[in-house]
Design a protein around this ligand. Sequence first.
Ligand code: ADP
Ligand code: MG
Length: 326
Amino acid sequence: MSNIILHADGLYHVYESKAEDGNVVALRGLHINMKAGEAVAVVGPSGSGKSTLMKCLGGLMKPSAGSVTLSGKNMTRLTGPELVTLRQKTVAFIFQEGNLLPDLNARDNVAQPLRHQGVSSKKALSMADAMLTRLGMAHRIQALPAMLSGGEQQRVAIARALITNPRLILADEPTGALDPVTSREVLALFKDLHINDGVSFLIVTHSKEVAAFANRSLELRDGRFVAEHGEGVDVENLSQDRELIIDETGTVTLPPDLLVRLGGAGRYTVGNVASGYLSLQGEAVEAMGEMQLATACPACKHDYGGSDDQLCPSCGSSRPMVEVKA
Ligand SMILES: Nc1ncnc2c1ncn2[C@@H]1O[C@H](COP(=O)(O)OP(=O)(O)O)[C@@H](O)[C@H]1O
Ligand SMILES: [Mg+2]
């Protein structure tokens, strides 16, 4: 369908490791459908697979299984030059930082993707100047990235991303390293592109403002989409306005705060089942007191210290909630 800009089915990704701590399953069967012109946020704790997802969707990394369709073309089947062409024509990336080539000045950084497409050097440079001017960076076109502030670097990165006129922008915490004022400027620019040029956005974010810009937010946890939120989600309190997702394999993952409210892990009797309706009655539900994230990994004993990681950085196991000991 032509109005679907991005479609992914059964996306799995495993980071293979020969070390004894073994493989990390970063994506566990994801499904996503984005309409052209939509802005979607991806929210979720660190280690939940957000960056892995973005790389797989943008063709920077091949998923272990599953397919990604970009503008109606199955990207996971393409290789080499075909893949590069599809990517260049459709999608652009903006990461948190490190988007620029350190040895090129701002205008050359912005002109480079055009040169790759075979645009003449002269034309590429004049287009780069125009784009940098649009982003308020006309006075810094000669500067090397190291000479620019974080916000300026990100504006150059956005100019570089926009120069090829992409229909979809994949952004992985694009304002994560920026001060609030610059982050608001970047967001205003995204809004402008979204509303006036119909550009689609998929944005990983921890920011309320960015999530509020999105038409909907998908909550990722442990490599699965567990819930969807409407407009204006509160990223610090995802428990509000949450719609749970049951995936194609029938798996539903309860976010930990919901599990605690439900009464905890254990056996549930299936009551009423009807189209669009399911009731569960807890039978041998472990009484859950006050819960917190485990301080050490139950599998490999890794000490989480003060981190809020949800997956063990050492062995990749999910971090469980445990009862607070009195
Ligand atoms: N290159 C890699 N090799 C092995 N494991 C990785 C690699 N990159 C990420 N991971 C693991 O995959 C999981 C998901 O990581 P990531 O996609 O970066 O999550 P997020 O962006 O949500 O923080 C984590 O457990 C992380 O440790
Ligand atoms: Mg990440």
